[in-house]
Design a protein around this ligand. Structure first.
Ligand code: NAD
Ligand code: UFG
Length: 332
């Protein structure tokens, strides 16, 4: 089966291309390189020891999309392409709505025109209303608190309505919690430009000496040690979740929404201590005030993904920390 992977040179997309190819799918990558590098294609091909078709272009360019579908005639799409920086989305909401919502609309229009009705979409735990008590279940009220989250929520709404039409759409919405780690080869990690916003890329740059210390945002949350708690999931587990979602979609039409997390929360301090222990490096840190918009605790109820997809994350926080550091040390 031929799967078009939008955003396939990005962090999660590239790891999923590997999982797809290893499971016998034929993966085709589409990416505009707005947040990725061409060298990732070489890394993917090196790991797989084969060429992977790549199309450089933008979801906002409908003609380009038609060209790709015309040439490749995919059987389904795994749709990662999107912008994901929460802070930037607050400053530039129109950019986020155009790229993430209008870009997805173009993709869906072209899919319908070519009668490709199978799609897996990258959503996020950020769509949940932060008032919900964790663990988050898929049927809890939604209420994103920033334009990035709104863009995911809007696309979820579009997909839900599409699934109610007469067309035979088979749609999987995956709400990721906090992906960490890299491919076991030491390649295909997370490499944000500039100063990282997210915890693990910040930690690895402190470990490397590029940043002096980690600022821990909040030490007075109602958690085991006062720092924020998140559900960190290894990117290889996350990639595997997409395979299981695709298998579920092949069973028939409709819409399925699934959390992808481990179902376990770890505090910022736990992540720091684990990283220090498994990698034998020191991470100096200072406590700062809470980061605006952060919730104290976020973790997934994973029972729906377990029951409906047979998905269970199995890779430990230790391995996530080891793989993230291996990637940072060896990255070109
Ligand atoms: P990423 O930025 O590494 O990958 C996204 C890729 O999409 C990039 O390679 C980028 O160049 C490409 N892209 C963006 N807009 C495009 C467009 N208009 N046309 C073509 N290509 C475009 O991000 P990621 O961490 O791999 O995330 C993948 C998806 O998962 C995103 O939709 C993101 O919102 C979602 N997600 C990520 C996280 C996370 O913490 N990483 C959490 C929840 C959800
Ligand atoms: N944190 C720090 N210092 C830092 C960075 C983060 O203390 O320098 C803390 C945060 O306060 C939070 C935890 O580390 O308690 C995790 O923060 P991240 O920024 O790594 O992740 P978030 O949970 O805030 O958000 C991430 C993505 C969102 C996505 C969400 C849920 O950035 O896009 O996970 O999937 F929506």
């Amino acid at each position: 089966m031929k799967i078009l992977v939008t955003g396939g040179l990005g962090y999660i997309g590239a790891n999923t291309v590997i999982a797809l190819a290893e499971a016998g799918y034929e993966a085709i990558i589409l990416d505009n390189l707005s947040n990725s590098r061409m060298a990732v294609l070489g890394d993917i091909e090196g790991i797989l020891d084969r060429e992977v078709p790549f199309y450089k272009g933008d979801l906002l360019d409908e003609k380009f999309l038609e060209g790709v579908f015309n040439k490749e005639h995919p059987d389904g799409v795994v749709h990662f392409a999107g912008l994901k920086a929460v802070g930037e989305s607050v400053a530039l909401p129109l950019k986020y709505f155009e790229n993430n919502v209008a870009g997805t609309l173009n993709l869906l229009k072209v899919m319908k025109a070519f009668e490709v009705y199978r799609v897996v979409f990258s959503s996020s735990a950020t769509v949940y209303d932060p008032q919900n008590p964790p663990p988050f279940t898929e049927d809890m009220p939604l209420g994103p608190t920033n334009p990035y989250g709104d863009s995911k929520w809007m696309v979820e709404g579009i997909l839900r309505r599409l699934s109610e039409t007469h067309d035979p759409w088979a749609i999987g919405i995956l709400r990721y919690f906090n992906p960490l780690g890299a491919h076991e080869s030491g390649l295909l990690g997370e490499d944000p430009r500039g100063i990282p916003n997210n915890l693990m890329p910040y930690i690895t740059r402190v470990a490397k000496g590029e940043l002096k210390f980690l600022r821990i945002f909040g030490s007075d949350y109602d958690t085991m040690d006062g720092t924020g708690v998140r559900d960190y999931i290894h990117v290889a587990d996350l990639a595997r979740g997409h395979l299981m979602a695709l298998t579920a979609l092949s069973r028939g039409r409709g819409l399925g929404i699934y959390n992808l997390g481990t179902g376990r929360g770890h505090s910022v301090l736990e992540v720091v201590r684990t990283f220090e222990r498994v990698n034998a490096v020191k991470i100096p840190y200072e406590y700062h005030s809470r980061r605006p918009g952060d919730v104290a605790v976020s973790f997934a109820d994973t029972s729906k993904a377990a029951k409906a997809l047979g998905f269970k994350a199995s890779i430990s926080l230790e391995t996530m920390c080891r793989d993230a550091w291996r990637y940072e040390k060896t990255k070109k």
